[in-house]
Design a protein around this ligand. Structure first.
Ligand code: CP
Length: 316
């Protein structure tokens, strides 16, 4: 694997999930794979799980990590070419990417959508610039449009838990006071398609996601109807895609609660975290024995581990 930008970089998704689950039983087998190599983790946005799980996976592989909070610790980057850099931006991305490629064997980047301009966000200017100018593999730690390591961890978690080959999974919009990106939901949808799960998306009118990504998926605007006989409920908020980045409603009737969970087939509850308790989901759902949120977070280690292994070995 040359880079890991989204799940399409994986040639056989089901196989990689199986490999990741196998690695869990004996990760120490991998301790020399990253020996004498290093990874640079560049964060343009906050993180708990992505930052620590990627460092933990690197540690297992013997890979040294450099972590930089780019907004507060790095020079402000210029992304346009042929500009006269006489204002605030002190370093061009082409220089930064080439320099970092001398120090690191892999460059990993987190840069969320700004949610101001759909066209700009979909250009993925930060990730695509590092892809263009770096001479080492690039790993996406959540970009404007995709969070593929989260999608892979979710696939591992579902595979470990499901009790039928083709479970019914509902990706349900849930309320949130802030404007949130689409990356987690987009990656979850792509992952569910690759695994041929029965996926239903449930969201209020006005919140349909990018139709190119949801193509072929049943979208139901009645949350209770969607929940009937579901095996997994995956809760996530996202801002409007059509009315880009806007919070159109903050309707608490979409919160995940016990009554709605009782409509399901004793469904497991999933969320990528961080989560606003009692806004997105009630405590008695997320703290129930059906909640998989901690397993999902744990599996972030193994999604990072298998992808770092593939990047180091340049193997699909
Ligand atoms: N799920 C996830 O990516 O968590 P962080 O934002 O804390 O990394």
């Amino acid at each position: 694997m040359k880079n890991f930008i989204n799940s399409d970089d994986i040639s056989d998704y089901k196989k990689i999930v199986e490999e990741a689950i196998q690695l869990k039983s004996n990760p120490n087998e991998l301790k020399d794979i990253g020996k004498n190599k290093s990874i640079g983790l560049l964060f343009f946005n906050p993180s708990l799980r992505t930052r620590i799980s990627t460092q933990k996976a690197s540690m297992i592989l013997g890979l040294k990590t450099f972590v930089m909070n780019f907004n507060s610790e790095g020079w402000q980057l210029e992304f346009e070419n042929n500009t006269i850099m006489s204002e605030d931006k002190a370093e061009h991305v082409k220089d930064a990417a080439k320099v970092l490629s001398e120090y690191c064997d892999i460059i990993a980047i987190r840069k969320f959508a700004d949610l101001n301009n759909k066209i700009d966000d979909e250009k993925e200017i930060v990730l695509s610039s590092f892809l263009k100018y770096s001479t080492v593999p690039i790993l996406n730690l959540e970009s404007s449009t995709f969070h593929p390591l989260q999608g892979l961890a979710d696939a591992i978690t579902i595979d470990e838990t499901k009790n039928k080959a083709r479970p019914k999974i509902v990706l349900s919009w849930a309320p949130h006071p802030k404007s949130l990106p689409h990356a987690v939901s987009n990656s979850f949808i792509k992952m569910a398609k690759k695994n041929n799960f029965e996926l239903i998306i449930s969201n209020p009118i006005g919140y349909d996601l990018n139709p190119e990504i949801t193509k072929g998926i049943n979208i139901i605007h009645d949350q209770k109807e969607a929940f009937i006989n579901a095996d997994f409920i995956y809760a996530k908020n996202w801002s409007s895609y059509e009315n880009y980045g806007k919070v159109l409603i903050n309707d608490s009737s979409w919160k995940i609660d016990k009554n709605k969970m009782s409509l399901t087939n004793n469904a497991k509850f999933m969320h990528c975290l961080p989560v606003r308790r009692n806004v997105v989901v009630d405590d008695d759902v997320i703290d129930s024995e059906n909640s998989l949120v901690i397993s999902q977070a744990e599996n972030r280690i193994y999604s990072a581990l298998i992808i770092l292994k593939k990047l180091i070995e340049n193997e699909r």
